[in-house]
Each structure stands twice: as C-alpha cells, then as structure tokens.
Design a binder for this molecule. Structure first.
Ligand SMILES: Cc1cc2nc3c(=O)[nH]c(=O)nc-3n(C[C@H](O)[C@H](O)[C@H](O)COP(=O)(O)OP(=O)(O)OC[C@H]3O[C@@H](n4cnc5c(N)ncnc54)[C@H](O)[C@@H]3O)c2cc1C
Length: 307
C-alpha cells in the first residue's frame, strides 16, 4: 500500500482527479489548516498559545520555471515579515527544488542564501527539507555552502538512507543543526533500509551522535522530527543518560498528527514544534502522509460520505 501511494504521489492524472474533489480537500484539512499563508498564521498563533513553536512550509516542489522560483523567494520573505509583525514563534522550512535546484544550482544557492539572510535578520533559523535521494548530495552541498556565510541554517537528514551515517559524520565538524526524520519518499532497498527496525536504530544513533560531548561543544543541534512514541521514549532515556538538558533539543511533529503527544511533551517541559504545511500544491505531500499511515485513507473515505 505504501509503495502504491508513493507511486500515486507522482501521477499527474491522479493529482488532477484528487485536487478537484471536494471530499479530498476536506480530508486534507486534517493535516493542513488551509491553503493560504494567513490561515497558516492563524493556526501558528493558536499553537503558540499552547506553548508550541511552528515551522511553516509553503507546499510545492520540482519547479521548472525561474519566475516561479523567484515567486517562492518573495513569498517566504513576506512570510518572515508577517511572522515578525505578528510576533509569532515560527521559522520557515524550504525545499531546494522549490527554490530552483532543478533549474540552476547557482540560482537555488542564491535564493536559499537570501532567505538565510532574511531569517538571520529576523533572529530565526532557516530549515532545508530533504527530498528524494536524487537530491541528497546536492542538498548537503547546499547546506555546506550556506554554512560558510550563515550559522542560522539547519538541514533535514533521513534515517532510512544507508548513506546518512556518513553524511552526519561529515557534517559534525560544522556543529550542524539537523532535523532528524525517518524519510518519506519511495527509495529502493540499495539506497534505504526497508526494515523499520533498522531505520529506528539509525534514527536513535543519529540523535546520540548529535548529543555527543564533541558535537555539542561545536554547537550541534538536534530537532527530532517524529510521531513515534516508542522512539520518543527511547530518546528521552538517552537524553537523560547523556545529560542533555531539555533546552538542548526539540521535538517536531506534523500539524494534525499525534496532537495528544504534542501537548504531553509540552507539559513534560520539552521544546515542541509543529510543522504547518499550506498552499495549493498539496497533492504529492498529502500522498506521502497517506503512505506513512494508510489508515489515513479512512479519513478520505469518511469525507466522501460526509462532504
Ligand atoms: C517536522 C517534520 C519534518 C519532516 N520533514 C521531512 C523532510 O524534510 N523529508 C522527508 O523525507 N521527510 C520529512 N518528514 C516525514 C518523515 O520522514 C516521516 O515520513 C514521518 O515523520 C513519519 O515517520 P514517524 O517518525 O512519525 O514514524 P512512523 O514509524 O512512520 O510512525 C510512528 C507512528 O506515528 C503516527 N504517524 C506517523 N505518520 C502519520 C501520519 N501521516 N498520519 C497519522 N499518524 C501518523 C502513527 O501512529 C505511527 O504508528 C518530516 C516529519 C516531521 C515530523
């Protein structure tokens, strides 16, 4: 089912069918407060009132047109201004292919650097999402390039990739800010561990490395992007064993997923962040959310009958 849904995420035909159906839009609302930035900002304020920080991301990927990539840059600049004006506790996270990586690598670097600078002026961190494995090398290269001028940049690394241990080791001397996730794309077994146990073990190993005394001395930061409560329990034990204070890391969850766990972590005194996605180009992203938990298809079915 996971492979089917991930294959579906790349189907233009399915995208046309799904995005025109009201009941699909209704089901998407479970994971997205709305398509507009303003709706995302309202949800941000609400989460902030519960002590939860936010990461905002405007959906879209694999742009082929320079003008579109320029518009994304302008959109995120506006987003940072609106975050500042409304005094919200929020950062932004961008996809390299949304900022022109498929068009021209130099353009992507230029756009991402401009956003890193805008984020620096606003006193926040710019996050770089990790996309499919065809982009891993370029994304890590982008992160390295940006770190030459900006310390306020973080990058996502995927625990399911076999290469990730080596990537993390190579980045540690920079004192990197890393968002650890399991990984959301369809990857063959030569590239990604097919077994959940290996992925979870790798995830835990990555957190341990970022929490090592040498990495922390260099300023390394771990954002733990997961909804896996068993894994969270294990990470908590490790943080305690390694004497990592609660202020020294954060959990990040997706909007609408494991809300009870989000609040429980806040109550337990942990830094919690929720990633809010918004925008009209939600189809491939939504299919990845369904693939993570095919039971979510039930929400689509329910919306069909209630909508
Ligand atoms: C803040 C954040 C940023 C992310 N950024 C990226 C990125 O840049 N690149 C990338 O490849 N991936 C990204 N992801 C997605 C990530 O790779 C996983 O696909 C996703 O988090 C599911 O893995 P899990 O750690 O929650 O564990 P799983 O083992 O997949 O899930 C554990 C439990 O969490 C719950 N759960 C998980 N997913 C869902 C869902 N969709 N709906 C309902 N319940 C669910 C279920 O109860 C499940 O049993 C991000 C995730 C988060 C939270």
């Amino acid at each position: 089912m996971r492979s089917l849904l991930l294959a579906g995420s790349r189907s233009a035909w399915l995208q046309r069918q799904a995005t025109n159906r009201r009941f699909v839009k209704l089901a998407v609302r479970r994971f997205m407060p709305g398509e507009t930035l303003d709706e995302a900002l309202v949800a941000t304020g609400e989460l902030n009132r519960h002590g939860i920080a936010v990461t905002l991301t405007n959906l879209g990927e694999n742009l082929r047109d320079r003008a579109e990539a320029d518009a994304v840059l302008a959109h995120y600049r506006l987003t940072l201004d609106k975050i500042r004006d409304a005094k919200l506790h929020a950062e932004v996270s961008v996809k390299p292919t949304q900022l022109g990586l498929d068009i021209d690598r130099a353009l992507c670097i230029e756009h991402t650097r401009a956003l890193a600078e805008a984020a620096r002026i606003h006193g926040s961190r710019l996050w770089i999402d990790m996309e499919g494995s065809a982009y891993t090398e370029a994304t890590i290269g982008l992160y390295r390039t940006l770190r030459e001028t900006h310390a306020n940049v973080g990058v996502c690394l995927q625990a399911y990739l076999r290469r990730t241990r080596a990537d993390l080791e190579s980045l540690l001397p920079l004192g990197p800010a890393i968002r650890i996730v399991k990984g959301a794309y369809a990857e063959p077994p030569e590239i990604a561990f097919p077994d959940k146990r290996d992925v979870d073990e790798n995830y835990h190993w990555m957190a341990e490395r970022l929490w090592s005394a040498e990495a922390r001395a260099k300023g390394a930061w771990a954002t733990l992007g997961t909804h896996d409560t068993l894994l969270i329990g294990k990470l908590e034990g490790t943080a305690l064993r390694l004497d990592v204070p609660a202020s020294g890391y954060e959990y990040a969850l997706l909007f609408g997923i494991q809300r009870g766990e989000q609040l429980r972590l806040v109550k337990a005194g942990r830094n919690v962040r929720v990633l809010i996605s918004y925008g009209a180009h939600w189809f491939p992203w939504y299919m990845r959310r369904l693939a993570e938990r095919p039971a979510n298809l039930l929400f689509v079915a329910k919306s069909m009958f209630s909508g």
